[in-house]
Design a protein around this ligand. Sequence first.
Ligand SMILES: CC(C)(COP(=O)(O)OP(=O)(O)OC[C@H]1O[C@@H](n2cnc3c(N)ncnc32)[C@H](O)[C@@H]1OP(=O)(O)O)[C@@H](O)C(=O)NCCC(=O)NCCS
Length: 319
Amino acid sequence: MTAPPTAELMFREGGAPELRATFDVAQIAVGETARRMGVQGAEPAGASELEREWDRQRGLLEFIVLQPGGRYWLCEDEGEIVGYGRVCRFGEMEELTELMVLPSHQGRGIGRALLERCWPGDPSPEMGRVVVAAGAPADLSLYAGFGVMPTAGHWHLRVTTTLYQERRAREIDVAEPAVHALEALRAVKEWNRLEPPAIGHRRPRLHEFFSRTRTCLATMDEEMGHASALCWVGAHCDIGPAVAATPEELVPVVLAALDRVARSREPETFGVFCATDSWWVLRRLRGLGFQVHWPSWVMASLPLPGLDRYLPTRPPHLL
Ligand SMILES: CC(C)(COP(=O)(O)OP(=O)(O)OC[C@H]1O[C@@H](n2cnc3c(N)ncnc32)[C@H](O)[C@@H]1OP(=O)(O)O)[C@@H](O)C(=O)NCCC(=O)NCCS
């Protein structure tokens, strides 16, 4: 067991005013884990990069902190925030969106003390738990004691835009179904139909939020008159989540999102998070030159029945 946190440390609940300070703590904590895990390009972000990332994540973080039934705990050392944990509740599932402790304060029991406040007691069939774990020994060991077990890998895959476009241009004989952009109300309705059987819980508010901030690409089952696959694409090259009726049908909608980002923003490199159960997408992305940038884990207390036809959210605070 790690030593219990010392007396100078103070735990209190956080709210919207602390969002920016805890975002900065997260960047430092995750950066250090990335360096330790040998993730490429893990040097500390400069001030302008940090601002860009804050701009990108701010909307989703503000949405998360406003959700009813969530928990947000801070740990302070002499008034400075040194760690925090946050849980967002969607119906019958509590998602741990972040658990972060500054490297200078790790290994002193703060992570465990925060988690005991964010996830008190045990999960149950009526109230499940899920987390995207960064994959370092510390967080994997810790979470396993709070009722969640590894369900699937969660791979951050990346490619350079040039390589992606070269390989994609060579796929001339691959027929792909038409992809449309769905109007907001229709998109939310389709998400509420296709997503719950894939992840085992409902997140209508999340999709209402995305319908205001992202575009929903879809392939349609013309005979049935509804969507066969859906993918949100954000203004900052954020692709996901995506969901489909079958694992195979996830591929065209994800590729359409990737094409759109590669064309419109021309970032030097770009990527997606892919559940390791979704072999159809994984195989296709490998063929297009994508490489594993950071392997993480989805851990949950209940089965997540259809991760083979689901592409996780970006940024990865939520599944
Ligand atoms: C994960 C993290 C929050 C843990 O915080 P912490 O304050 O160092 O954790 P604690 O001191 O409470 O240790 C908790 C448990 O982690 C495990 N642990 C800690 N360091 C470890 C190590 N180097 N190797 C293996 N296990 C370790 C132990 O099982 C410990 O359990 P114990 O209390 O039974 O000994 C922290 O390492 C961190 O901020 N990491 C970077 C951000 C991140 O990746 N967050 C998770 C994804 S959201």
